[in-house]
Ligand binder design. Structure first.
Ligand code: CA
Ligand code: CA
Ligand code: CA
Length: 177
């Protein structure tokens, strides 16, 4: 596995472990869904419900595919196996990316503005400085907006275990916020 992919797997695991207890469990995804939805006050109830459902689906897929010992917890060792067959996560990651992108465009004009982008991404757990760097890498318009499909593709690339050299690599840990 490439170094960038290894580093991203570790970062994604730490993000998904929303309560910080060192393992993934159903409650992490409920917590993260609540945080993200709370940051999206202008979005419709339908978009919020879709976001929560996408987090639940994300957990269900991980539990099905990666909980090798069946204890309803996913250790980092278990999680690392996701890189062996990334295609099993494509549908879940796509649904997650699309729900998040929809949440980020409450007025439906196809663009997300920087403040909401920062609010949603920091609610997921990314550091603000890294989030701004990522937004800039998406080459925002003069109105400081990014096209929603650009963001959705970036999310998919980021959570795909086998990708490297993507704009999402700007979200590496260790950069002070
Ligand atoms: Ca946890
Ligand atoms: Ca387990
Ligand atoms: Ca918009």
């Amino acid at each position: 596995m490439r170094a960038e992919a290894t580093q991203r797997v570790a970062l994604v695991f730490s993000l998904l472990d929303a309560n910080g207890n060192g393992v993934l469990e159903a409650g992490d995804f409920t917590l993260m869904g609540d945080r993200v939805v709370a940051a999206a006050s202008a979005s419709s109830d339908g978009a919020k419900d879709a976001m929560r459902a996408a987090f639940e689906q994300y957990w269900a897929t991980l539990a099905d595919e990666l909980d090798t010992n069946g204890d309803q917890l996913i250790s980092f060792e278990e999680y690392s196996a996701c890189v062996l067959s990334p295609e099993r996560f494509d549908a879940t990651v796509t649904a997650f990316a699309e729900a998040l992108a929809t949440l980020g465009d409450p007025d439906g004009d196809g663009y997300i503005e920087r403040p909401l982008f920062v609010d949603l991404m920091t609610a997921i757990g990314f550091r603000p400085a890294n989030v701004h760097a990522l937004f800039n890498a998406f080459e925002p318009t003069p109105e400081d907006r990014v096209a929603v499909p650009t963001w959705a593709e970036g999310i998919k690339d980021y959570y795909a275990p086998d990708k490297a050299d993507t704009p999402g690599d700007l979200l590496v840990p260790g950069v002070p916020a």
